[in-house]
Design a protein around this ligand. Structure first.
Ligand SMILES: [Zn+2]
Length: 91
């Protein structure tokens, strides 16, 4: 706990983020993990890029009618992907 000192987004690694994305998009990721994931992504451009790719994959496989994405989750996701793609618009 806090041994690394700098407090950067290192608590989770990008590989872990990738593994959690399925549940994240599912809406089945526990909220504390979701917070960690979003927190990591805010400071990690590679993960944002990866998510954009991942979303493209989902869109391509999304024809299955019984896998709807929760609207609330979708909104959050779109909002943060947008803000991540537009760094000038910082708070
Ligand atoms: Zn990352």
């Amino acid at each position: 706990m806090g041994e690394c000192g700098s407090g950067g987004p290192s608590e989770m690694e990008c590989r872990q983020i990738a593994e959690l994305l399925g549940d994240y998009f599912d809406g089945s990721l526990p909220s504390h993990l979701r917070d960690l994931l979003e927190w990591h992504i805010e400071g990690c451009q590679p993960c944002v890029a990866f998510i954009n790719t991942y979303r493209g994959t989902i869109a391509a496989t999304r024809r299955l009618p019984d896998a709807p994405m929760p609207v609330e989750l979708k909104k959050r996701l779109i909002a943060f992907v947008k803000s991540a793609r537009d760094p000038k618009q910082a708070h």
